[in-house]
Design a binder for this molecule. Structure first.
Ligand SMILES: [Zn+2]
Length: 248
């Protein structure tokens, strides 16, 4: 059930049976010469909708822009500052808590969001308690990173070994190829790729990772692999969601 394709009465009826909601969150950032700018949001959205169907859970509109400041030296990247993303999460959760939701399951497609999401959860719990919103003490937020699912990680290792890398990875590119086969890109990839550098400023990032990849070889991606990653992530995160929503 997709929130934006529902009416308020349908949401009210849903709340009679469940207090859980799935929130896909991604990023709008460069993904190397063959990866789509929307990769992280596309992956999170597709998997979140799959989990929503499998578990009968409501799925919120995708949070398409995340924390990607270190990618902003590449054109097309849009980033929120961590402080802005914290406010955004706080506003989402506050509105939905007022409506009666208490279990917030963020399906995340971008490693750069994790630290800020965890900070946002702490800010949100305190904010809800300060406002003495009904059910504030019952609110629980969790971040589930599809790319860190055990089954996904294992398949990526089997298919790509150390050419999986850590950004613009063949696994995430494969998943976007499965979801949007009409947008598959071809571009030459140099055999040399930046790897192992720490992340500092956007300019520093581009200097160390000149084509935007981090140790990855996305030329290995195929839409068929993407379907395998999709199925594994939906299965594992459906279990994760049900466990989360049914726990005290
Ligand atoms: Zn990504």
């Amino acid at each position: 059930m997709l929130l934006h394709l529902s009416t308020w009465q349908e949401v009210e009826a849903y709340l009679q049976q469940s207090r859980g909601i799935i929130l896909p969150i991604g990023s709008t950032e460069q993904h190397g010469p063959t990866g789509l700018i929307g990769t992280d949001a596309i992956c999170a959205e597709a998997i979140a909708r799959g989990v929503g169907e499998a578990t009968q859970a409501i799925v919120s509109p995708t949070i398409n822009v995340g924390m990607a400041l270190h990618h902003t030296a590449f054109p097309g990247t849009i980033s929120l500052r961590p402080s802005t993303l914290i406010l955004l999460i706080k506003d989402y959760v506050t509105c939905l808590t007022k409506a009666g939701f208490t279990k917030f399951y963020f399906i995340n497609g971008h490693g750069g969001n994790i630290a800020t999401l965890k900070a946002a959860f702490s800010e949100t719990y305190a904010h809800l308690e300060d406002l003495q919103i009904v059910n504030a003490e019952k609110v629980q937020c969790q971040v589930a990173n599809w790319f860190m699912c055990g089954s996904v990680y294992k398949l990526a290792k089997e298919l790509y070994g150390n050419q999986e890398g850590s950004h613009a990875t063949p696994s995430e590119v494969a998943l976007t190829q499965y979801v949007y086969p009409e947008a598959i890109k071809q571009a030459p990839l140099s055999t040399e790729v930046g790897t192992g550098h720490k992340i500092y400023s956007a300019a520093n990032f581009r200097q160390h990772y000149p084509d935007g990849r981090m140790g990855s070889n996305p030329a290995l991606a195929t839409p068929e692999h993407g379907k395998q990653f999709y199925d594994l992530a939906v299965k594992e995160l459906s279990n994760g969601y049900l466990e989360f929503v049914n726990a005290e």
